[in-house]
Design a binder for this molecule. Structure first.
Ligand SMILES: Cc1ncc(COP(=O)(O)O)c(C=O)c1O
Length: 459
């Protein structure tokens, strides 16, 4: 097995903060964007301007170097600027430039599609091409409805599937994401995600499905509100990503797959974030031996070098018709296929998943210590390189504390650690090849940041 990281990354040292961010150069760039861009863009920006990225570090234009625990929204799995990806990508660009893979394909398309199906769960035998995760979900929604002839898709509170009209309405991570859309886009019914800490549904009922969420679906949703024959299927993140890095209890999967089988529902795994190693398996469904009918991929599929998405499906789900137009011009650009092929090679050659397992063990220990130390942490979670800290005002009431969470993220940034202050938790999603020492350092800084945020609250 080849070493995990290129030798030149071994000497990387971070973080190093030389000027309080945002420094003067960052402020200047951000002000220009604020003057001319859609205000909603400026509102969400991390407060510095990027100079360059390398491995698990980000350098800003004022010379600060940060440890990156966001990984470009979990789309850079193997470190930024991975040298092995550059050759194949530039070679494909030089050879093909752009081509619309809905019209003209090369052998590379065939090879990459076959390779993807080889590594995917055995239930998935066909693929469709997409530009990114959002488009993959859009396509999957159409295909599920077409193959079953049924309109309704069941989604989950807490899930994120994208920001386009359709994907925002299927998602339910935060009410503001679908504000203005709920009343316009029909056909999605939501139930609570099987969230061991937050679900309002407690224990499974005696004589029921064995799982509280599936009992709720059976006993309430299907009894009071929805005829099973209206349902095309279920769209679920096998590990809730942006919604807080939550893994369902083991009881959930057998009960859900049984329910789907009973009613002919398609089970679609949104592995846009959880796929390509982040859960500790190449695909998160492998963790529970689940064989979905469809799977959506994006983000890390292109190795952090190129945008690419895919929908994989069984014969039943996507093999029996050709009359649903899907996708867009840049889907499976040859250079993106080259990046994705090389990414799969790297996963095969290098001990990436082993490293994810080690980072998960390290994170579980450090996060547990943080929870013991700080009363205002309600829960900590680690599933592979999905890690999260959930802040509360009070452990008993579990009242969420987004202000403290934002303050911790800001204090961490000032100290040189970039984490994602998401809707419900501080999400930590390191590069899958980050060395343990770098993650240890990041956790020390997060602990200092929590101290500082709590001290500022009291002052
Ligand atoms: C689970 C999940 N699905 C779909 C998407 C949409 O992917 P993208 O924004 O890369 O198009 C995301 C993005 O965060 C995601 O986390």
């Amino acid at each position: 097995m080849s070493p995990l990281i290129p030798p030149e990354w071994e000497s990387i040292e971070a973080p190093s903060i030389v000027v309080e961010p945002p420094g003067p150069r960052s402020r200047e760039v951000l002000a220009r964007i604020e003057r001319r861009a859609y205000p909603g863009l400026s509102a969400g920006l991390t407060p510095f301007a990027l100079a360059h990225k390398r491995a698990w570090t980000v350098t800003d234009v004022d010379g600060n170097v940060y440890l990156d625990l966001a990984s470009a929204s979990a789309s850079v799995p193997l470190g930024a600027g991975r040298p092995e990806l550059l050759g194949p990508v530039t070679e494909a660009l030089a050879r093909f430039g752009n081509e619309d893979s809905h019209a003209l394909v090369s052998e590379l398309t065939a090879r990459f599609g076959e390779r993807l199906l080889e590594v995917a769960p055995a239930s998935l035998t066909r693929y469709d091409i997409a530009l990114n995760g959002t488009e993959a979900i859009e396509i999957a929604i159409k295909l599920m409805r077409r193959s079953t002839g049924r309109p309704v898709i069941i989604g989950f509170h807490g899930s994120y599937h994208g920001e386009s009209t359709l994907t925002a309405a299927l998602g339910a991570e935060a009410a503001e994401i679908s504000r203005g859309l709920r009343g316009l886009v029909g056909g999605f019914v939501h139930v609570p995600y099987p969230h061991p800490y937050r679900s309002p549904l407690r224990d499974p009922r005696p004589g029921g499905s064995g799982d509280a969420t599936v009992d709720y679906l059976r006993d309430h949703v299907l009894f009071h509100a929805l005829d099973p024959s209206e349902v095309a299927g279920v769209m679920i993140e096998p590990v809730l990503g942006s919604g807080g890095c939550v893994a369902p209890p083991d009881s959930f999967w057998p009960a859900l797959t049984q329910l789907c089988a009973e009613h002919g529902w398609l089970l679609c795994a949104d592995e846009v974030k959880s796929g390509m190693g982040r859960s500790g398996h190449l695909f998160a469904v492998e963790r529970w031996g689940v064989e979905p009918d469809l799977m959506c991929l994006g983000k890390a599929l292109g190795g952090g070098a190129m945008p690419i998405g895919a929908v994989l499906g069984s014969e039943r789900a996507i093999g029996g018709f050709d009359d649903v137009p899907t996708g867009s011009t840049w889907a499976w650009l040859p250079a993106a296929c080259a990046a994705a092929m090389t990414t799969l090679d790297l996963f095969e050659r290098e001990p990436v998943l082993e490293n994810v397992g080690e980072l998960e063990r390290l994170a579980s220990a450090r996060l547990g210590e943080l929870r013991d130390r700080f009363e205002r942490i309600g829960e900590v979670r680690a599933t592979g390189c999905f890690m999260a800290i959930e802040f509360v005002r009070d452990r008993e009431t579990k009242e969420r504390d987004p202000e403290l969470q934002d303050a911790v993220a800001a204090e961490a940034l000032r100290r040189g650690v970039i984490a994602d202050s998401s809707t419900t938790s501080l999400n930590i999603q390191p590069s899958l090849v980050m060395p343990g020492e770098a993650l240890e350092r990041a956790f020390e800084i997060v602990a200092e940041a929590i101290e500082a945020a709590l001290a500022a609250e009291g002052s």
